[in-house]
Design a protein around this ligand. Sequence first.
Ligand SMILES: Nc1nc2c(ncn2[C@@H]2O[C@@H]3COP(=O)(O)O[C@H]3[C@H]2O)c(=O)[nH]1
Length: 572
Amino acid sequence: MISSQDEALSRKAYETWNRKCVDRARLAEKNFFNDADSSSDESLEPTLDAKTAKDDFLFKSSSQQKLNLWYQVKNYKLSSSVDPENDNLYIFWQFLVTVALLYNAICIPLRASFPYQTASNLHIWLLLDYLSDCTYVIDVLLFQVRRQYLKRGCVETDKANTKSHYFASWRCKRDMLAIAPTDLLYLLIGVKPLIRVNRLIKTDSYFEFNNWFEMSLKQAYLFRVARTTGYLLYIVHLDACFYYYISYMWGFTSLWGYNLKGVAYIRCYFWAFMTTVTIGNVPDPVETIEYVLQISNYFAGLFIFSIVIGQVRDSVQAASAEVEAYRNQKNACINYMQKNNIPIEIQKKVRLWFEYTWNTQKILNENDLLKQMPGKMHTELAINVHMDVLSKVEIFKECDRQLLYDLLLKLKPILYLPGDYVCKKGEVGREMYIITNGMVQVVGETKSQIYATLYPGTAFGEISLLAIGGGNRRTANIFSPGYTTLFILYKQDLNEVVQNYPEAQGILRRKAKKMLKKDNVKKTITAVSSGLHSVKQNKGLNLIKAVFHVAKASNKELKNMSKILKCEDSKR
Ligand SMILES: Nc1nc2c(ncn2[C@@H]2O[C@@H]3COP(=O)(O)O[C@H]3[C@H]2O)c(=O)[nH]1
């Protein structure tokens, strides 16, 4: 027994634990939003008190942890409402009710027709029956009465309201019919399983669990096909039970009916399957009633089978619709290129683009999909999919978080193939890029002159976009050596976003200027080293050029240069 003192202790420990979880989540959230400069934010450091409290918490005895667990379970039972979409225990219970319903759906007709319920195994059947009844009753008393529902668009969690809402619903009426104790009739007419047929009414839980399961699957169409096939097999099962029952009614003497040979259920199921799927090859009916039954069976089989086939076709079609749309777009593009005699090399590239984009993203234009959604939802999705890339971008690290969210909506993914130039020096810059996958190289006149390699999370192309280099021309060649996925951000979009964040403009400009300064240093070093080389070879003109660049370099660079010169002097 757990005393009230223990319970109070447990409650306190639980609340402390809970508070710490919330604190930790807040800290994580804060860290996430401040990751650019987390080290400088002193408030993120846990205080001494918090550290002691944490140590205290870690030193809790195992018995107290057990009490915590007990308190959680107790707390769960006391919670007033259940969220049907997210409460794991509720979903698990719907699964149990589904199993109980399937047990009833299969075993009631089986026991009612075939001689599988005997005096010797009756106790097992009854045990299973009452276990399934228990799941129904618990579902109503513990879960359905607390099931949340929407009231004027808001989630209603109040227990009194959820209860009255359930009692007023059709679901409650169906549930009541399903758990009605019809078994009491056993006392009058004996244990006849068909009396329990009302148990099959509890279909709401079955459909609810089915929907939840379907939604949680990646390849839901496979499940839909399996479910439809299951329905077909169940109908055959019912047919087999019926066939056996008719044969039994005629004392197993009819040539058309089951003749007591082999395993009864297998033989009857075989016959039912043959008739239902209209394969035929079953004994010809003799009596008129047999003809009528056979015809109605064929008819029902034809009807049901065509529905099932239709459903399977729809499911497969729905599953392959996206692939079909991709193929159509690709074929239309190929036809267009062929009609316009586009060079084979370019055609190959376009095909490669289609294939790579499809294989990596399974969608050709992500923006088309997102555009259909309300703005907020679009942002939320974009944050989840792309935020980790954008938050790594060095030039945006110091910018306002909201600026990043605004930028996310403007980004458009684009793929570059091996050997493509993303931009060339001297071109007019109309967009900037962020690398999401692969890498690009900053190259000179030829691809082999690699000045720098840029990796995912790097942005480039902002110098010409913000006219920092003095004009809107690209200041370097950017080459894609492999498959590279980039985000494009158009000038107009960047300006639109940045005008609301003037400090961000400053950050972008400062960072781009730094880069240009580095460029100048690079140029100076190249010029100086080529000048020094000329000195060695006594070429005066290059020496003058070197001295000119050295003069242009900043103080710091000048010191470096003089060091290099001294070094070279001493060598000579
Ligand atoms: N000029 C220069 N650009 C670089 C360098 N490294 C990356 N880049 C990027 O390459 C881009 C080429 O186009 P932009 O001039 O618009 O902007 C440039 C920079 O963003 C570098 O070392 N020098």
